[in-house]
Design a binder for this molecule. Structure first.
Ligand code: COA
Length: 479
């Protein structure tokens, strides 16, 4: 098998490189040869180019990006990392609201925006202006995918109904994030934590004796954006056969529930008796009608818990997740200094241990508290005992191995300077991630009008004069 080269992370230099050349999405000539099964296939002959030099995975796909805030931008940023030409449409003078939210550098685009809109191009268009609609119509004709996460009905109110878009460009895939799918809540606006609550994550997160908790992982926004990206590439694949686009809908409630499916599993198990792997069982506390919050219990069949490590008194992240995986129970007993537990009837089998998990983890904690989380991890790994340090954001930001793989990337931005972003977490061996800085508001407006839509100098001057791509002049309005 050919060896793939480790992909170099994109450097600042990469951030400064000019926008990619956009290749037209054209069907390649099929190979006539039969495949191994004796059937002919429609794939081109395998490329002989070196790995990573045969173009990016989504090269030739053009995305009309109507997204804002987090869920939609997460999706289109991933598509851009994978090579799609993502054209972000923003309201003149205003742009994506996150450009100005949680600002750390005065008058510069926020990290909220820059970390979700890398590798895209920005065009400003007032979609409620007739000339703006003319530009949008041209974009609809020349794009493959339209992605949006407006509040329910907003796209229709712009006049961009599915029927209209499909008639204008039957190949267009229209992908949407909404808070809820069809049903009683379909008209509601939704943000991250609302989705976490409505999708079952909050009711099952936290400690039994405390209130429901939301998690720092943005499973409602970024999680749904990921789901949408999969829906889009799947629809692109189906379009190769059918020649037509389709609607792709990801509701945030559905996305969160999908990620919380183990708890729906447990809900059904409850009908057949207590959830014996929950520490609540060992503590003799009866279960109610719904899946309870389980603190740091593992969600799977191998009991786990978070235990303190050396330094926990002053370092809020001096902890380790420890899994008492059954196949390495003997090793665990030896490491923590309880060799007799290997054969003792109260500890020797997973079933016997279930009612004693609290006590077992307390003993493990006595051992981990003598070591830092990294020392404990190194020792446990020698015995193949599954565990993981609780890493702070500071530690992750400084972790060199994440820089080396391009998962954490430093970029340079013309107004805010250097910043860190998360690169593509999905590594493709033949498609290196294209991670570039986020665009300034309207940075590519003229470039897109001229090069993508074919407007000449006079046409662009006309558009500029119309007010469709520029913010209303406040001084004139006041006069
Ligand atoms: N030119 C002119 N108008 C534009 C425009 C442009 N380029 N881009 C957006 N607008 C208008 C829209 O047409 C809409 O106007 P209308 O309500 O008069 O029809 C308006 O801007 C605002 O859109 P909306 O989506 O309602 O924004 P909001 O700030 O009120 O709500 C959300 C934000 C996130 C709550 C909402 O968009 C939503 O529920 N989205 C779906 C779920 C989602 O993705 N949530 C997670 C966000 S991370």
């Amino acid at each position: 098998m050919a060896k793939t080269k480790r992909q170099k992370p994109k450097s600042r230099a990469a951030a400064e490189k000019p926008a990619r050349k956009v290749v037209k999405l054209a069907a390649k000539k099929p190979a006539k040869k039969a495949n191994g099964n004796g059937k002919s296939n429609s794939l081109p002959r395998p490329s002989t180019k070196p790995w990573g030099q045969a173009g990016l995975a989504l090269e030739g796909v053009r995305v009309l990006d109507f997204t804002h805030v987090q869920s939609g931008p997460t999706c289109t940023q991933l598509l851009a990392y994978m090579g799609a030409d993502v054209i972000k449409v923003e309201r003149p003078g205003v742009g994506d609201i996150t450009r100005g939210q949680l600002r750390d550098v005065p008058n510069a685009d926020s990290l909220y925006f820059t970390m979700l809109n890398g590798s895209k191009r920005s065009i400003t268009i007032d979609s409620k202006h007739p000339k703006g609609m003319e530009i949008l119509n041209r974009l609809i004709k020349s794009c493959d995918v339209l992605v949006e996460n407006f509040a329910p009905g907003a796209l229709d109110r712009m006049g961009l109904t599915w029927d209209y878009i499909h008639k204008t460009n039957p190949r267009m895939i229209v992908a949407s994030v909404k808070g809820f799918g069809p049903g009683p809540y379909e008209d509601c606006k939704v943000y991250e934590n609302v989705a976490q609550c409505a999708g079952g994550a909050a009711s099952t997160t936290g400690f039994r004796e405390g209130p429901p908790l939301v998690t720092g992982a943005q499973i409602g926004d970024s999680g749904t954006g990921l789901h949408l990206a999969l829906g889009i590439v799947t629809a692109l694949y189906q379009r190769i056969r059918t020649g037509r686009g389709q609607k792709v809908l990801c509701a945030m409630q559905d996305g969160v529930l999908n990620l919380t499916r183990v708890k729906l599993r447990d809900q059904q198990r409850l009908a057949h008796g207590p959830l014996t792997e929950y520490s609540q069982y060992g503590e003799g506390i009866p279960f109610g009608q719904a899946v309870p919050r389980a603190g740091n219990d593992s969600g799977g069949g191998q009991p786990g818990w978070i235990v303190k490590c050396k330094g926990w008194e002053t370092d809020p992240d001096a902890y380790l997740y420890f899994i008492t995986q059954a196949p390495v129970w003997n090793e665990i007993c030896d490491v923590i200094g309880e060799p007799e537990w290997k054969t003792h009837p109260d500890y020797a089998t997973p079933k016997a241990r279930l009612p004693r998990l609290k006590q077992i983890f307390a003993r493990i904690e006595q051992w981990t508290m003598q070591r830092t989380k990294f020392e404990a991890m190194a020792e446990l790994n020698k015995h193949d005992i599954p565990c993981g340090p609780i890493l702070s954001m500071k530690e992750l930001a400084e972790e060199q191995s994440l820089r080396a793989t391009g998962t954490v990337v430093e970029l340079d931005h013309p107004t805010r300077g250097k910043y860190l972003t998360v690169g593509n977490p999905i590594k493709l061996s033949d498609s290196p991630a294209d991670v570039r800085r986020s665009p300034l508001l309207g940075e590519h407006t003229e470039e897109i009008l001229a090069k993508v839509l074919g407007y000449g100098a006079a046409g662009i001057a006309d558009i500029k004069a119309s007010g469709a791509i520029t913010a209303p002049d406040k001084s004139k309005a006041a006069a």
